[in-house]
Ligand binder design. Sequence first.
Ligand code: ZN
Length: 106
Amino acid sequence: MWVIDIRHWLNDNYDGPAVPQLALKVAKIKEIIIYATSACTGRKAGLAPGCWRRPQRKPCKGILDVKVVGQDEIRWFCPVCGDEGVVRGWTSLNWNMSSSPNDTVH
Ligand SMILES: [Zn+2]
């Protein structure tokens, strides 16, 4: 299982990848963060992110099971290939939909 602190992959403004090589990974994690934090506020989150793995060099067709667990962890799991990970360090990012000013829950 992966455990990622997304801040380690971001630039100084925490709004994009630190280096171009991380662009795809950051885009995927961003999708996961936005989806998970939208879903936990009851907002329409759209389609769940698809799996990003390529077992046997073929793209996995799994749809990730994504949820916020605890205060600052988002966990994803692919029911097809079993890929699993945890993202931390996202609570202060713009991608955290659960802390938007329009949100009256907090
Ligand atoms: Zn998968």
